[in-house]
Design a protein. Sequence first.
Length: 587
Amino acid sequence: MSSSHTPYTKERRKESSELRSARWFGPDDLRSFGHRSRIMQMGYAPEDWAGKPIIGVINTWSDLNPCHAHFKHRVEDVKRGVLQMGGFPVEMPAITLSESFMKPTTMLYRNMLAMEVEEQIRAHPVDGVVLLGGCDKTTPALIMGALSAGLPMIYLPAGPMLRGNYAGQQLGSGSDAWKYWDERRAGCITDKQWLGIEGGIARSYGHCMTMGTASTMTAIADAMGLCLTGVSSIPAADANHIRMASACGRRIVEMVWEDLVPGKIVTRDAFHNATTVAMATGCSTNAVVHLLAMARRAGIDWTLEDLDRMGRTTPVIANIRPSGDKYLMEDFYYAGGLLALMSRLKEKLVLDALTVTGDTLGENLEGAEIYNEDVIRPLSNPVYHEGSLAVLRGNLCPDGAVIKPSACDQRFQQHTGPALVFDSYPEMKAAIDDENLEVTPDHVLVLRNAGPLGGPGMPEWGMLPIPKALIKQGHRDMLRISDARMSGTSYGACVLHVAPESFVGGPLALLRTGDLVRLDIPNRSLDMLVSDEELEKRRAEWKQPEPRFERGYGWMFARHVTQADKGCDFDYLSPEFGRTAGEPDIF
């Protein structure tokens, strides 16, 4: 990642005249007169801003985002820290991406938030930013936008919610929803029990407390060096989270004076560390598409092959659901959290990688301790011998697909079975609830037309429900394939992110019910056992589906989004289209 800034040293201190914000407020001209008079209109005096770093606090709070419900307060905690260090804080609201409520999927709007963040930073008189996020897509979106803008930044993670509880049993968000929904469909739990689970599964503000996409992405941001090292593990409701927010405010002011910009932190080594930590935590499959997108924004060549290579050599050592057997993020924090996990991974990390603290990752890990060896396992006793994810190739997915072997029944490591293909989610949903559906445990459920364009937005439909007929026979897993994604809290033998997607004519569009499909995880292959001649015949008969959008943001999305193997970012936002992160402003 290139940067036009001078090399970083903690001792460097900008002059106040070098501050970016000084270009708005410093000159004795008519435009700056307007800037000064309007900030004074809000009750501020020159003593508030003159000669001080102006810090943007980008807040993704919303009344419809339970993961970020505490950000109304945390923004004030950040501001307190900024003021303590002699900066001037300004809150800058941004759209929220609430996984719980947005349809068809927050993934459709990840790039919108990334664009908003980039343009907010570029257009306003700020010298650095603190990014408040946590709910799944907000982490990559905020980071992507800030990387492209290139100003000093710190990511403040929302933190996981408290453990769920019902009838004395711990509940994990997402994972137990899927589990008990199947039990309810099988007639094994009562309506009263179901309502008790509903009311007990999410007991505080904060994001999912399983190692779902939210915990995965905040851990990735942390391992990349974009958080105060280790803070992603702090539960949202813990008083340490408040103190951490103020610490972020203090540190970002120092980063501005030190000219510590993202281009000096987000290097190839940072992606190596982020991927290592992701694999060791039993990460969400969503990590793949977001890591690829963030790397692309940073101008770093990071591919599916890099992810698979590191997955083969990094064991899962965080015993957290859904890859682990019982523990949740609160337990992980009490066991030592991400600092402890990274200290156990030292031999696999690049320890001289710089972080937002101004120190290296290795320096920040000094003194880290592990308090529960079952939650954070030694490398010699992992939860799973390889990393969380595997990348597959074959005639069904020439541009790749992903699976989470650590969270599925191991009998599916190698499996061949007949396909049962659905062209839409409503069609699939109706079929699986039919108790007379002709299906066996060896069948391969397939949902297509659910990718970036087909979904639209690549929804989390990839954990296809087990057919009711099989649920009642006691089955709880089967091989499923889709060009969709799945929630990071999900589990099971699900092959996802099939690329190219079926909506644009990828090979998945040519698969038919009854065709044999072969999965071989050790050899990283996924194929349909259909002759090349037959596939060519089917391709000639295939017709492009009607576009999903005719206007607005969706129209733009459909024309510029890349496929899953490229991160699903917009093609025109890559560095080769012009400015890269760290280059001077054009305004």
